[in-house]
Design a protein around this ligand. Structure first.
Ligand code: GLC
Length: 753
């Protein structure tokens, strides 16, 4: 048994120098070692004691296998741990389980360096919130931060120090299954959400035992995979990269995110895990990132099939020298770094730096003071699924839902209606919590739509249910029962959609219709002549042209989480007036993809009002417009926009632009509205999008109430990567839009001189 002692070093306890979590412009320097002299002394002293192998050990991460989140497993992680060759472990998610591993690290290794425990806590740990795309649809930054905070409270109670979230990949191709994990298509919305999630996970003090390291992933441009096929090639201009795909990562970094994760894709011929431009030139040199970089699951190994590395050893050399600090599951750093140092292909200094970044995060978490501080089983029992967390999850689920259609005010439903509840997801308690649902309970804890409606009404006497069909497959044998109960009802509520396994990682689809025979089922019910309320559960934009024709109302519920059915009932019966707005464009069909609101005008823009104008950028078979645009979402009430004003018509380069607009609730219900502000730079040294979201405000308006909304734009909001790639605003004409979605807006203009 190796003797070991916790490092005998004078440990000066000091207040962590983290600015308050409310600061919106935390710089990495606040996190750097220079602002923590005591940490510096401690880490320097520890590193001096460490052998090269022990430093390499810090760069090694393996899964404990409790969850399978990748293609390979290595059962030897315990022996690596005992040899001091394991710095972190993931997929352990109980305080007891983590404590057992930590005990080995502390008592059975030479230096007793504590392990870091990671896990994919994406949209909740035990209390599951709506999938991330659903949360994004709330446009409610405080609720999104709250969701991450609750996730951190529950995860940290189960021994987790580090979540592999937020996923901040911009995505404009809903064929890609991981659209479900992000914040949609827009840079500004995605950047604000990235910040909110980092704040929620990391809180205001990483040394507290209810805060966890966040991880901005997948760096970078993973969402631009060709043809929406996961892991596929990404090739784009530096301008596109910097304008669209990098800003949410920079936003997370400015908010103090502790770690980054590399992506599986190549970017312009160089896999992200070996990409010096991304990992050193931008992340370290330009952005001054001071945390550590972990790869995604075996992505170093995958540089061989990428055709970038001839063998594992070269892949390891390329990755560590490009800027990777920790190898997730690949075993390449474990097996090769010592030889690479001996062959002078990798400097020991580089490895010391990687180990330092990892040790610094362990220090900031307080693990050297108390390596067991996250392993309190009583706290775990007391924390998981607390009522306040369930209430938060229900509130977020309600705010995430998007009302896409509501003809003849079929919604909200009155409580005395005879309801036929039909669909493969109507009584579901498993898919409803979506993919990447951590320790969420799929065996009955989640509230189904049926349960939610029954609880809301206090009885199920007016609800007749049948499944109608499965999510997938072609069995229509239950259609007759569905038709029978529909005929006996006043209204039919159909709960259709995808399985949770149809979105998420390695879940790309070429057909975005609701799967199986669900469309046939809705057609059969349509023939009964009864009004149809369609509730959708899905992890991506779907192609809904048919459903939009035959349903009287459509409620996009995403995968709404543990409290999903209760939230859906609240919306269907009007206890909550839906306020969600689409964070991703819904195409008419797959042929339109990629389709997004901030497109370029082209030299031959098509104007649907001008008939016969053939030589224009258009399709023969469908309009260019989507079925539902970015930012779209209805309410049970109606809002009127008026008096859009700017304080001046002309601005010089050091003046802010003050915008005001009046919103009035002209309908019968109190409701929240997301007021959206877009700009268009009409011409520039490079072409500019027809619209760009620059501000939004979500606000409650009582019936008949008017509010004047004020926005301030700065010069930075007008800046872009010009023809010489400098980031600045250019003089010229601008259009400014404010409205209820990216299409329905008031317009005005101003000039920058
Ligand atoms: C997976 C995912 C990544 C996740 C990691 C660990 O392959 O790409 O998002 O955090 O492996 O589970």
């Amino acid at each position: 048994m190796k003797t070991n002692h916790l490092i005998i070093i004078p440990i000066v306890v000091f207040a962590l120098i983290f600015s308050s979590c409310t600061n919106s412009s935390k710089s990495q320097s606040e996190l750097s070692a220079t602002s923590n002299p005591e940490m510096n002394i401690f880490i320097d002293s520890l590193l001096q004691k460490m052998t090269l192998e022990e430093k390499i050990g810090q760069t090694v991460l393996f899964t404990a296998g409790a969850d399978i989140t990748g293609p390979t497993l290595d059962e030897n992680y315990v022996s690596y741990l005992k040899e001091g060759m394991l710095g972190a472990i993931f997929n352990i998610h109980s305080a007891k389980g983590a404590r057992d591993f930590q005990k080995i690290a502390i008592e059975e290794t030479r230096l007793g360096i504590p392990l870091l425990f990671g896990y994919d806590v994406i949209h909740g740990h035990k209390t599951i919130f709506p999938i991330s795309l659903g949360e994004a649809a709330s446009w409610d930054l405080k609720m999104i931060e709250r969701s991450a905070r609750v996730a951190a409270e529950e995860a940290s109670a189960s021994g987790i120090h580090w979540t592999f979230a937020p996923m901040v990949d911009i995505a404009r191709d809903p064929r890609w299954g991981r659209v479900s994990e992000g914040a949609g298509e827009d840079v500004y919305l995605g950047s604000q959400i990235a910040k909110a999630r980092v704040r929620g996970f990391q809180g205001d003090d990483l040394s507290k035992n209810n805060t966890i390291l966040a991880c901005a992933k997948h760096y970078a441009a993973y969402g631009a995979a060709e043809a929406g096929r996961d892991y596929n090639t990404v090739d784009m201009s530096e301008r596109a990269l910097r304008s669209t795909y990098l800003p949410p990562f920079k936003a997370a970094l400015d908010e103090g995110v502790a770690t980054f994760m590399t992506s599986f894709n190549e970017l312009n011929g160089v896999p992200a895990s070996g990409n010096k431009f991304l990992l050193s030139d931008i992340l370290r040199d330009e952005w001054k990132f001071d945390g550590f970089v972990v790869t995604d699951y075996t992505s170093i190994n995958e540089m061989i099939p990428h055709g970038f590395s001839k063998n594992e050893k070269q892949a390891g050399e390329q990755a560590i020298n490009a800027g990777v600090d920790m190898d997730m599951q690949g075993g390449i750093f474990l097996r090769n770094l010592k030889n690479l140092v001996e062959e002078n292909k990798v400097s020991e200094k580089r490895i010391t730096t990687a180990a330092r970044k990892i040790l610094e995060m362990k220090y900031r978490l307080g693990l050297f003071d108390d390596p067991y501080k996250y392993f309190d089983e009583q706290r775990e029992k007391d924390t998981h699924c607390k009522q306040e967390y369930l209430d938060d999850a229900k509130d977020m689920a309600r705010k995430s839902m998007v009302l896409l259609k509501n003809e003849h005010e079929v919604l909200p439903l009155s409580k005395n209606k005879k309801i036929a509840l039909i669909g493969p997801l109507a009584k579901d308690e498993s898919h409803i919590i979506g993919s990447w649902s951590a320790q969420g309970d799929r065996s009955g804890k989640a509230i189904s739509v049926f349960e939610g409606m029954e609880a809301f009404l206090g009885t199920s006497k007016n609800i007749k249910y049948t499944k109608g069909c499965e999510i997938e497959g072609n069995d229509t044998s239950n259609f007759s029962e569905a038709i029978r109960i529909a005929k006996q009802s006043d209204v039919v509520v159909m709960v259709l959609g995808e399985s949770e396994g149809m979105s998420g990682e390695a879940r790309s689809r070429t057909n975005l219709d609701v799967p199986g025979v669900q469309k046939e089922l809705i057609a059969a019910i349509k023939k009964t002549g009864k009004p149809i309320v369609l509730v959708l559960m899905n992890g991506r934009p779907l192609t809904l042209e048919y459903e939009n024709k035959v349903a009287d109302a459509i409620l996009e519920a995403w995968f709404p989480g543990t409290m999903g059915g209760a939230a859906i009932a609240d919306v269907l019966f009007g206890a909550y007036n839906p306020s969600g707005k689409l964070p991703s464009t819904f195409p008419r069909n797959v042929g339109q993809i990629p389709i997004y609101y901030n497109y370029k005008n082209t030299g031959r823009p098509w104007d649907p009002e001008k008939k016969g104008d053939n030589y224009k950028s258009r399709y023969l078979d469908v309009p260019n417009s989507p079925l539902f645009p970015f930012g779209y979402g209805l309410s049970y009430t109606s809002f009127n926009y008026s008096d859009l004003k700017i304080n001046k018509n002309e601005f010089n380069f050091n003046e802010n632009i003050e915008v005001s607009v009046t919103i009035t609730n002209t309908g019968k219900y109190n409701g929240e509205e997301v007021v959206q502000l877009y700009i268009q730079d009409v011409f520039g040294s490079v072409t500019r999008p027809v619209k760009e979201l620059k501000r939004f405000k979500k606000m409650m308006l009582k019936t008949g109430e008017s509010k004047k909304v004020l926005f301030t734009l700065t010069l930075n909001d007008l800046a872009f990567y010009t023809q010489d790639m400098s980031f600045k605003a250019e003089a010229g004409e601008f259009k400014l839009f404010v409205g209820t979605n990216s299409d329905d807006v008031l317009e005005t203009r101003f000039e920058l001189k």
